[in-house]
Design a binder for this molecule. Structure first.
Ligand SMILES: Cc1ncc(C[n+]2csc(CCOP(=O)(O)OP(=O)(O)O)c2C)c(N)n1
Ligand SMILES: [Mg+2]
Length: 364
């Protein structure tokens, strides 16, 4: 992939695999070989199945509000195939495939959406910041980490950070982009342009020709990529990680996709978009197109997929049950770690709350 060939100001999008699973680029030269392409599909399938089941757990009242990843799996899985243990991940909240690659367990993921703060310990993951719900605030943290990497002269380390199309209208996005370029820090900004910020459509988000073009003013390379094409996404992330890791500074990737599900489980997209729009994008689904490619090469079949899904279901259910049976935080823990000695006022609150809980439990 050559940045210059895909000038964002001309709105040229990088694509390797079209919606029918055909290669559109003659010089793609199999940067993911057959086995790797198959693995990529399996990872997307697992992320999708976990996501679908997460929505179902929420609907059963076993989890709180949840933001579905449906339709966006290629972006997170591609980044996950590139990110290494020593790299930093500064997430938004809709990148399940990257979290799994970094070592987060599904149990931790489910715990988060059950409101348990132990979820963010990420026991087996290194260099992974908490999910960021305050939109775009994470981008400044990513730049700070990038600055530290540079200051400490840590070679070949890269920061991966994510934000949505809506997040690019926040001041934090522009401050982060500006300082990242001025300081030449090794940060890859991945914007998941899923066409909506809750109900606000992309055409109301910006008057720019696209999001990648915003890189030009800040003085960093930017590229618009078909975010539903795992091959193009993998190549773009791999190339930019290499570029940033060599000390060349930050890069902006706009990954064009579609939020096929609701914004969160508290939202109903049928109120603000048409069925036709949803159907058009369903035909460009990232799993569907890679499956067509693999089937065309006789590398995939329905039997294999069904057997895998059975196996995935068991694993997802096992991890959900672990999250469900995880001990709840005690009242003492809430107060224990703020001060060496609890101040009088906080102690008063603690005693009063314990009294209240006791009253609630014993009242007739
Ligand atoms: C600073 C801030 N403003 C508003 C919100 C409420 N909010 C949560 S998600 C969201 C839309 C985000 O859209 P986008 O950046 O496109 O990400 P997506 O949800 O599509 O992944 C908003 C406005 C918030 N969490 N933080
Ligand atoms: Mg969005």
């Amino acid at each position: 992939m050559n940045f210059k060939k895909y000038d964002p100001l001309k709105d040229i999008m990088y694509q390797v695999l079209d919606k029918n699973g055909n290669l559109t680029l003659a010089d793609w030269d199999n940067k993911l070989n057959d086995m790797e392409a198959k693995t990529a599909y399996e990872k997307m399938l697992f992320a999708r199945q976990a996501d679908i089941k997460a929505v179902s757990y929420q609907r059963q009242g076993r989890m709180y509000t949840y933001p579905p990843n449906l339709g966006q799996e290629a972006i997170a899985v591609a980044a996950g195939m590139v990110i290494r243990d020593e790299d930093w991940l500064v997430p938004a909240f809709r990148e399940l495939g990257t979290y799994l690659a970094k070592g987060m367990s599904l149990k931790e993921y489910f715990l988060y959406f059950r409101g348990h703060e132990d979820s963010l310990i990420f026991k087996n993951a290194k260099n992974f910041l908490p999910f960021s719900v305050p939109i775009a605030s994470q981008l400044l943290h990513a730049v700070g980490i990038g600055y530290a990497i540079k200051y400490k002269e840590e070679k070949d380390k890269v920061v991966f950070t994510f934000v949505g199309d809506g997040g690019t209208s926040e001041g934090d996005f522009h401050e982060a982009m500006n300082f990242a370029a001025v300081w030449k820090v090794p940060v890859i900004f991945i914007v998941q342009n899923n066409q909506f910020a809750i109900s606000v459509p992309f055409n109301k988000q910006t008057a720019s020709v696209n999001i990648a073009a915003k890189s030009v003013a800040y003085g960093m390379p930017g590229i618009k990529v078909d975010g539903n094409d795992i091959f193009a996404m993998y190549d773009a992330v791999q190339t930019t990680a290499d570029y940033a890791g060599k000390g060349n500074g930050p890069v902006l990737i706009e990954a064009l996709t579609f939020r096929a599900g609701a914004h969160t489980t508290s939202d109903d997209p049928s109120k603000y978009r048409t069925k036709e729009e949803e159907d058009n994008w369903a035909a460009k689904d990232p799993l569907l197109r890679l499956k067509k490619y693999l089937q065309g090469k006789d590398l995939w079949n329905a039997k294999e997929e069904n057997a895998l899904l059975d196996q995935y279901d068991l694993e997802i259910e096992r991890q959900f049950e672990e999250a469900e049976n995880y001990p709840t935080t005690t009242l003492d823990e809430v107060f224990d770690y703020h001060y060496e000695e609890l101040p009088e006022e906080l102690n008063r609150q603690k005693v009063a709350y314990k009294k209240f809980l006791n009253w609630k439990e014993t009242r007739k």
